[in-house]
Design a protein around this ligand. Structure first.
Ligand code: IFM
Length: 483
């Protein structure tokens, strides 16, 4: 199935009990940045630093989820979603990262969890979606192993309060981004550019995941609660699969982006080839005896986020300072064929299929959930006879093709149990601010009015029936090209 070709779907039925959800993250939606005892996070600092975020946007107000919980939970209900994935802001729970617990923060998330359950929607909680309390960053952030232990305590505090109700726990969201975009390329908070720091961050994020799981398993009481971690795994191809040098370039990307996380988390070791590739940066002596055993805790669900593909080839020797690929000194990225979304990311549903199959082959014992998949487009509200609509045929087509790819993976034997569309609503897209719209629900940032896009209506039908009805995909997926 190519991204551009027409194809007809004739009623694809998802298995009974398949989770149809949507996802979000605290800093991207909540606003209320200084209310009810919330402390500052690295994203408050970063977004308030001139030049770091497009248009000087910040998450101070975002889409006011903090003040619109009931309205937004009703919205989720109206879309027939069986689960909602949201993240908890560590600085609302333990404002300084360590020390005092903020009751108002716990009470807020309790309201969200109870509101979801009352509406028959499973709460899926991410504990860390990038909003590290600033006081921890002031002591080294993820380069400091104390941060891992502080995270474990935070996980315990949340688990003690919500552990009788939350359906699925995911410890970290995309630690690749936290480590490499945060500490190597500086595109994300805290904005550092150090290859060594990035690799230290990789390890301390992994350690945080393991330590948090140990705490959670002690305090969570919901008998059918599931535990997971969410990685954004690269779907990497070799430019020329017959050329061993290109194959090696792909191996290096997979080691840095995928196995640096999944091997310690799921297998209890760091990939020897990763240590070799990065030995000019560090001897990894920050990995202490026993750490990998702590990291390698049992999980039930492997969460993956998928957006696009990458292709690698062997290139001339170059420095990787300031890039998100520490040590990949002879790897060159190959331009991906379009069409593209408004992020400039290529649309490749076959990549989702390949990733699901490859992940299942490598780690066959885990159920898999797609914790994020979606697309940004330049959506506009139109009015017909006084009714507001957002026509987003590209996003409908994107989702249709990716759900079809997921269905194909299930047929091929992948134990895929759920799919969360990114994102429920338009929101703060990190360094892009509010310039990129990923929501299936449009938000007018002036008025905070929510309008369901056509993709939300399409998805609501899928979530309600479990079936992609007979439909023609094609002719819609086109884009003006990369930004
Ligand atoms: O918005 C982000 C999300 O926070 C993490 N995964 C990728 C999304 C789109 O960039």
């Amino acid at each position: 199935m190519s991204a551009t070709g027409d194809f007809r779907i004739s009623g694809l039925q998802f298995p009974d009990g398949f989770t149809f959800g949507a996802a979000s993250a605290a800093y991207q939606i909540e606003g209320a940045a200084t209310e009810d005892g919330r402390g500052a996070s690295i994203w408050d600092t970063f977004s308030h630093t001139p030049g770091k975020v497009a248009n000087g946007d910040t998450g101070d107000v975002a889409v006011e989820f903090y003040h619109r919980v009931d309205e937004d939970l009703d919205l989720i209900k109206s879309l027939h979603l069986s689960a909602y994935r949201f993240s908890i802001a560590w600085p609302r729970i333990i404002p300084a990262g360590t020390g005092e617990v903020n009751e108002a923060g716990l009470a807020f998330y309790e309201r969200v969890v109870d509101g979801l359950i009352a509406r028959g929607i499973d709460p899926v909680v991410t504990l860390y979606h990038w909003d590290l309390p600033q006081p921890l960053e002031d002591r080294g952030g993820w380069t400091n192993r104390e941060t891992s232990y502080a995270f474990a305590r935070y996980a315990r505090v949340v688990g003690e309060r919500l552990g009788d109700r939350v359906a699925v726990w995911t410890t970290l969201n995309e630690p690749w981004c936290s480590a490499y975009l945060g500490y190597a390329s500086g595109e994300h908070a805290p904005g550092h550019r150090s290859e060594l720091e990035a690799l230290q961050a990789v390890h301390h994020l992994n350690l945080a995941h393991g330590l948090a799981l140990i705490e959670l398993r002690e305090v969570v009481t919901r008998p059918d609660a599931k535990f997971s971690v969410t990685n954004c795994l690269a779907t990497a191809y070799a430019a020329d699969p017959a050329n061993p040098e290109d194959v090696d370039a792909k191996r290096q990307i997979e080691a840095l982006q995928n196995r640096a996380f999944t091997d310690p988390q799921l297998r209890g070791f760091y990939p020897p080839d990763l240590l070799e590739d990065t030995k000019h940066i560090t001897d990894w002596s920050f990995v202490r005896d026993g750490d990998v055993q702590l990291i390698n805790q049992p999980i039930d669900i492997l969460g993956i986020n998928y957006y696009c593909t990458g292709t690698a080839r062997r290139g001339p020797e170059h420095s990787t300072e300031g890039t998100p690929y520490p040590g990949a000194t002879r790897v060159e990225a190959v331009e991906q064929p379009g069409p593209y979304t408004d992020m400039g990311w290529n649309i490749a549903p076959h990549g989702l299929y390949d990733l699901l199959v490859a992940t299942h082959e490598a780690y066959p014992e885990f159920d898999i959930m797609i914790m994020e998949n979606g697309a940004a487009y330049r959506d506009q509200v139109v009015e017909h006879n006084g009714v507001k609509r957002v026509h987003d045929p590209e996003r409908v087509d994107f989702l249709l093709r990716h759900f079809a790819a997921a269905h194909r993976a299930i047929k091929a034997g992948v134990p895929l149990t759920g799919y969360f569309v990114w994102s429920l609503m338009d929101n703060f897209e990190w360094a892009f601010g509010y310039a990129k719209r990923f929501g299936i629900v449009h938000v007018d940032y002036e008025t905070q009015e929510r309008t369901k896009k056509d993709s939300a209506l399409w998805y609501a039908n899928l979530a309600e029936t479990g079936v992609i009805p007979e439909q023609l995909a094609g002719g819609i997926l086109s884009s003006p090209g990369r930004n």
